[in-house]
Design a protein around this ligand. Sequence first.
Ligand SMILES: Cc1cc2nc3c(=O)[nH]c(=O)nc-3n(C[C@H](O)[C@H](O)[C@H](O)COP(=O)(O)O)c2cc1C
Length: 209
Amino acid sequence: MNILHISASPRGFDSDSYRLSGHVLAHLRTRHPQARVAERPLWSTPLTQVDEAYAVALAGGPAGADVATGPGTLARSDELIEELQKADLLVIGTPVHNLTVPASLKAWIDHVVRVHRTVRPTPQGKVGMLPDRPVYVAVTSGGWRTGPRARNPDFFEPYLRAVLGMVGLRELVFFSMEGMALGEERIAQARHDAHAEVDRHFDVREVDD
Ligand SMILES: Cc1cc2nc3c(=O)[nH]c(=O)nc-3n(C[C@H](O)[C@H](O)[C@H](O)COP(=O)(O)O)c2cc1C
């Protein structure tokens, strides 16, 4: 059992999304004691944006464009895709930034959502090439992201569902902490509720298994 843990908050270990995704991981480790966890901390080792060689190669550019090396190139993308392919489960801890995923997570997405490697274009639309597997998303937001109190559109969850669905990952489970900019009382409540929601999810599933 291999687990890939991606964390995207610039606040790193101190972030609520990291702590919540850590709580998910703790449950998974209980259930799969032999599991190996690959850490992908996008905050401490940010990914370079995809570069010209990558874009040229994906657009069917000159042969050999894919042998360029460097952090933003196809070689990096290969490495990240292999890491993703190896994972039986994904855990993503991330805040919402400007209504959607942070740029650090978007850079990871640009490396792993790759035509002919993880997604096949067809006349009917894009078809995912990865076998489905559970993806647990621990997401934090300063405001309300869902429900009647939300004041802004949410491009985070629909985007992540669409873009990961494009490579074949459809089994997404979201655990949210919302309203984290609304004061200490709200923060405490959101932390309590989200951790309890994770416990409920895994406790119920453990009874079912
Ligand atoms: C650059 C930036 C953009 C943000 N944009 C949003 C946003 O669009 N909506 C929102 O609800 N919160 C937004 N926030 C607030 C964070 O989502 C919030 O502080 C979150 O609790 C941080 O979680 P963390 O502890 O996991 O980093 C933004 C924060 C930053 C730094």
